[in-house]
Design a protein around this ligand. Structure first.
Ligand SMILES: C[S@@+](CC[C@H](N)C(=O)[O-])C[C@H]1O[C@@H](n2cnc3c(N)ncnc32)[C@H](O)[C@@H]1O
Length: 220
């Protein structure tokens, strides 16, 4: 049974994004963009204030992004409108709701440069914000609605991070057993994992240097 209170979490992120304005992309986002060609539409789930999706759009990719926080989505959209960028769309939605995941993936495929061009799903620091039931529903929805050849990029706090110092407290985090997730992606959700790295130095922020895992997988 999860100790996560979804309503409190929504309030936390709405409040957080009414104040937090960093626009520098994450290191993981930059890593992903060095190896993904421009013709691929990128879908970001759990896009937060949109800093990674904004950067991805500035690099010329079509972007479709979704977050549960209406504050975050409103701010992300207004930044793109101010900059006159029309190829990035932000939408409110719940990754644990199959209909929302399906809607966003269909939108991404419809906006792609070519109908047969694979979609790249990108999630940074989302997975550890979900409880086990939500993660299961999200991965089931991805498995059902991503097409063969689509890619999945994940970065999340791993089990090794549980005891580490945090800058932002007071919200839900679940520390993920990376080996277990890799097995589930391969054996249950029909992905082939191509890359996995766990360590520090990949998401350092001020005094905090968390243990994170990066996983790249291809949908079979
Ligand atoms: C730690 S933040 C990461 C934001 C951004 N990806 C980044 O790296 O800066 C987690 C984000 O996941 C979103 N989130 C949490 N649960 C969600 C859900 N069920 N559906 C969609 N988004 C969710 C939160 O609103 C928040 O914006």
């Amino acid at each position: 049974m999860s100790d996560k209170n979804q309503s409190l979490e929504k309030d936390y992120w709405n409040n957080f994004y009414s104040k937090w304005v960093i626009e520098i992309p994450s290191q993981f986002c930059v890593q992903m963009l060095t190896e993904v060609d421009k013709q691929h539409t990128i879908v970001e789930f759990g896009s937060g204030n949109g800093r990674d999706s904004h950067y991805i759009a500035h690099q010329g990719h079509m972007v479709v992004a979704m977050d549960l926080s209406k504050e975050a989505v409103a701010r992300s959209s207004s930044v793109m409108a101010e900059r006159g960028i029309e190829h990035a769309v932000f939408s409110i939605g719940d990754v644990a709701d199959e209909k929302d995941v399906a809607r966003i993936l269909a939108m991404a495929r419809a906006r792609g440069h070519a109908s047969n061009s694979a979609v790249v799903v990108y999630c940074r620091f989302l997975l550890h914000s979900l409880d086990e039931g939500q993660e299961e529903r999200f991965l089931t929805a991805l498995s059902g609605h991503m097409a063969a050849g689509d890619s999945l990029y994940l970065e999340f706090r791993s089990s090794e991070d549980a005891g580490m110092k945090k800058i932002f407290g007071n919200h839900y985090r679940r520390y993920i057993d990376t080996d277990n997730l890799m097995s589930e992606l391969n054996d249950r959700y029909n992905f082939a994992t191509e890359y996995c790295l766990t360590g520090q130095g990949m998401a350092k922020y001020r005094d905090e240097d968390p243990f994170v895992s990066r996983v790249i997988a291809k949908k079979l």
